[in-house]
Design a protein around this ligand. Structure first.
Ligand code: PLP
Length: 640
C-alpha cells in the first residue's frame, strides 16, 4: 500500500521494524545487513554477530576527508562468502559420501579489481579456491595472484597463440592451468603449441547443453548458444586427441547455462545432462576427473526467495545438495568415479561485498496548482473536453479517462505547435491534464486489478530526489538490463518515511534515474524516503559487488568513485584498511584523450587576452587560474 506523500514526520508512530519491513532488508540482507534499534543500517561482515552502523562508518569517512559517493568494500564479507560456499559443498559431499572434492574457482570478469583478486586468493587459500580467466590480461592477473598448485586455473574465452603459451608456461611452473576448448579450431592451436614447447596441456571442453535455464542470461545455454561444442564436436575432439596420442590430457568437462539462474530445476537438469556426456567421455577413454558447472548460483536481490530474475527459489545449501546428489545418482552403477566438482560462482561470491553510499543533493516536488472552477467562455473546445474528463472520473472509467486525457492533451500540443493555440491555453491544458492523472493514480490505490498502463502512474507523479552518483558509472546494470538492487536510507529508520520518490543521479540524462525498487513483497515504482532536513541524508545501494565496477562508463565524465575498504573485528572495532581516491577531473579528461596541462595553458592564454583587453584584472586572472587548477585536481562528483 503506497504511503501518501507529505505526511508529517513522527517518530512515535513508527518503529525500526516497520522500516526493516518496507525496505525488505531482512529478506535480502542475508545475515550481513540489518536495522539497529537506533534506526541505522548495521553491517555484520562476519555474517550475523556484532554489527557496525553504516552511518558511523560514514562519519569516519567524512572525518578523514572522503567525499560522497563512496564504494565501501567489506573484506570480511568476501571471506565469509568463500567460507560458506566451501562449507556448504563440504557438508553435502560428506552427507552423500561423495568421493570427489569441491574446488571453487572465481571468474575474474565478475569483479577484476586487484584487491578483489588478492583477497579471494588469500581467503580461498585454505580451500584451494582457484580462478577462471577469460582473456590474456585475466590469465596474467591470475598467474600473479594465484600460485597454489592444488587450485585450478580455468582458461575460458577465445585463445590465441600468446594465451596458449602463457597457460602452458603456467603448467610448467606447477599450476593446474586448464584450457577449456570453446570452439573446435582452438584444439589444433593447443596441440601445436604444446608440441612446440614440449609441455603437456591440461585440456577441458565446454559443452553446449540442450538445457536452457530461465532468467535474464538464458542465452548462454541451449543448443544455439554461441560458446561450446555440441556432442558430435565433442566426439571429434576425442578422436583428434586420440589420433595425436594426447587423450590423456583431456580432464575437464565444462558448461555454463547462464548467470543468475532463478530456478533450481534448471540447475538439476543441466548437471544431469552434463553427467551423461561426462560418462560418455570416460567410456571413450579420457581420464577426466573434473566437472565444471560454470556460474549461475543466483543472488536474492529482491529478497523474494522466488524464481524471478532478481531472485532464486533455493538457498546455497540446497544448491550444493542438488549438485552433489544429482552427480552421484547419475553416475551410480556406471563404474565412473565421482569427479571433482568445480563451480565458477561469481556474483554469489562478490555481490554482498560492496555497498555504494551517496548523499541526496536536492529534491523536486511534484506539485499541481488549483484547478479553475470555470473555464473562460471563449476557451477552446479541446480545453472544455479536457475539463469534462475531470468531472466524470471514477474507478470504472479510469482507463477511458486516462486515454481521453492523453488524446486531448496531445491535440492541444499539436495545435500549439502549429500556432493555433496560445501559450496560456497550453499551460492550462497541462494543469488540467496533471489533475486528471493525479486523480486516476489515487483511484488505482483501491483497485483490485490495475491495468498495465496505470501501474506506472505513481512513478510519473513521484517527487524526485537527486543523488550524488552516476548510474552509468556505479550501477550500469540498472540502466542496461533493469537490474534490481536493494536501496534504502542508512539512517533515520526510526522515523516514518513520508515521501514517495524516484532517485535521479547527477548526469543530465533522462535514463540516469532509478524507478524500480525492492519492496516488502514485490517490486515498487517509488521508494519511500524521509523529508530532507539540514542534516545530510544518505542512501545505500546494496549487493553491488558483482559486475558493476568495470562495466561502468564515463557518461558526463563522472569518474570512478572513492573506494574504501573496511574491516570489522569480532568486537565491532572498525578499521579503514585501504583507501583508493576516485578519479580527479584531470584523470577523466585524460581518459578521453585531453591533455590537462595543455588545457590549463589554453585557458591561461584566454585569461591573459582578457587582461590585455581590460575585460578582467590581473588579480581576476589569478583567481580564475586558481579555480581552474583546483577544479582539475577535484573529485568529479558534487563536493559540498
Ligand atoms: C563462463 C562463465 N563462468 C562463470 C560466470 C559467472 O557467473 P555467475 O556470476 O552467475 O556466477 C560467467 C558469467 O556469466 C561465465 O560466462
Amino acid at each position: 500500500m503506497p504511503i501518501p506523500t507529505l505526511l508529517k514526520t513522527n517518530k512515535t508512530d513508527w518503529s525500526t521494524e516497520q522500516s526493516a519491513e518496507i525496505y525488505g532488508i531482512n529478506n535480502w540482507g542475508a545475515d550481513y545487513f540489518s536495522v539497529s534499534g537506533k534506526g541505522e543500517v548495521l553491517v555484520h561482515p562476519h555474517g550475523n554477530g556484532t554489527g557496525v552502523s553504516l552511518r558511523k562508518i560514514v562519519d569516519g569517512l567524512t572525518d578523514r576527508g572522503f567525499d560522497m559517493p563512496v564504494l565501501l568494500r567489506f573484506s570480511d564479507i568476501l571471506d565469509s562468502r568463500i567460507k560458506k560456499l566451501h562449507e556448504s559443498f563440504g557438508s553435502a559431499i560428506r552427507d552423500f559420501n561423495y568421493t570427489g572434492h569441491y574446488r571453487g574457482v572465481y571468474p575474474i570478469k565478475v569483479n577484476q579489481q586487484q584487491q578483489v583478486l588478492e583477497e579471494i586468493t588469500e581467503f580461498g587459500a585454505t580451500y584451494h579456491h582457484g580462478l577462471e580467466a577469460g582473456s590474456k590480461p585475466e590469465l596474467i592477473a591470475a598467474m600473479a595472484y594465484m600460485q597454489d598448485p592444488e587450485a585450478y586455473l580455468v582458461c575460458n574465452g577465445y585463445k590465441d597463440e600468446e594465451f596458449v603459451d602463457l597457460g602452458l608456461y603456467a603448467c610448467k611452473m606447477g599450476l593446474q592451468c586448464i584450457f577449456v576448448v570453446e570452439n573446435p579450431s582452438e584444439l589444433e592451436l593447443i596441440i601445436e603449441r604444446s608440441k612446440a614447447l614440449d609441455i603437456p596441456p591440461m585440456i577441458g571442453v565446454r559443452l553446449k547443453l540442450s538445457t536452457q535455464a530461465s532468467g535474464h542470461w538464458n542465452e548462454s545455454g541451449g543448443e544455439r548458444s554461441v560458446f561450446g561444442l555440441n556432442p558430435s564436436q565433442v566426439c571429434d575432439l576425442i578422436d583428434r586427441l586420440r589420433e595425436v596420442d594426447m587423450l590423456d590430457c583431456l580432464q575437464l568437462l565444462h558448461y555454463h547455462v547462464g548467470s543468475q539462474i532463478p530456478n533450481i530445476r534448471d540447475i538439476r537438469e543441466a548437471v544431469v545432462e552434463a553427467c551423461r556426456v561426462y560418462i560418455g567421455m570416460v567410456k571413450e577413454g579420457a581420464p577426466m576427473g573434473i566437472l565444471d558447472l560454470g556460474g549461475g548460483l543466483a543472488v536474492d536481490y529482491d529478497g523474494s526467495h522466488g524464481d524471478s530474475d532478481a531472485s532464486r527459489n533455493y538457498n546455497l545449501d540446497e544448491y550444493c545438495v542438488a549438485i552433489v546428489e544429482n552427480i552421484k545418482s547419475t553416475l551410480a552403477d556406471t563404474g565412473v568415479s565421482h569427479p571433482n566438482i568445480v563451480t565458477e560462482s561469481g556474483r554469489a561470491t562478490v555481490a554482498y561485498y560492496s555497498v555504494l553510499l551517496f548523499n541526496i543533493l536536492d529534491e523536486s516536488r511534484f506539485e499541481i496548482s488549483d484547478l479553475p472552477t470555470e473555464l473562460p467562455d471563449d476557451a477552446h473546445e479541446l480545453l472544455h473536453n479536457l475539463m469534462a474528463v475531470v468531472k466524470v472520473i471514477n474507478m470504472r472509467n479510469a482507463q477511458e479517462c486516462f486515454n481521453d486525457a492523453f488524446y486531448y492533451r496531445d491535440e492541444i500540443h499539436q495545435r500549439f505547435k502549429r500556432g493555433t493555440m496560445t501559450l496560456r491555453e497550453r499551460a492550462l491544458a497541462g494543469e488540467i491534464f496533471w489533475h486528471i492523472v493525479t486523480r486516476i493514480s489515487k483511484l488505482t490505490e483501491e483497485m483490485e486489478y490495475i491495468p498495465n498502463e496505470l501501474r506506472r502512474l505513481p512513478s510519473m507523479l513521484a517527487d524526485i530526489y537527486y543523488g550524488n552518483f552516476s548510474l552509468f558509472q556505479s550501477l550500469p546494470d540498472v540502466w542496461a538490463i533493469d537490474q534490481l538492487f536493494p536501496i534504502m536510507p542508512i539512517h533515520r529508520l526510526d522515523e516514518k518515511p513520508v515521501r514517495e520518490v524516484v532517485v535521479a543521479d547527477i548526469t543530465c540524462d533522462c535514463d540516469g534515474k532509478i524507478d524500480r525498487f525492492v519492496g516488502q513483497h514485490d517490486t515498487r515504482d517509488t521508494l519511500p524516503l524521509h523529508n530532507l532536513t539540514d542534516e545530510e541524508y544518505y542512501l545505500g545501494v546494496f549487493l553491488v559487488g558483482a559486475y558493476q565496477e568495470t562495466l561502468g562508463d564515463l557518461h558526463n565524465l563522472l569518474g570512478d568513485t572513492n573506494v574504501v575498504t573496511v574491516q570489522v573485528d569480532h568486537e565491532g572495532h572498525v578499521r579503514y584498511t585501504r583507501e583508493i581516491e576516485g578519479d580527479s577531473v584531470a584523470d577523466v579528461l585524460s581518459y578521453v584523450e585531453y591533455d590537462p596541462k595543455r588545457m590549463v595553458q589554453r585557458i591561461r592564454k584566454l585569461a591573459e587576452n582578457a587582461v590585455r583587453d581590460d575585460a578582467i584584472s590581473a588579480k581576476d586572472r589569478r583567481k580564475i587560474m586558481e579555480a581552474i587548477e583546483s577544479g582539475m585536481r577535484g573529485y568529479t562528483y558534487f563536493e559540498r
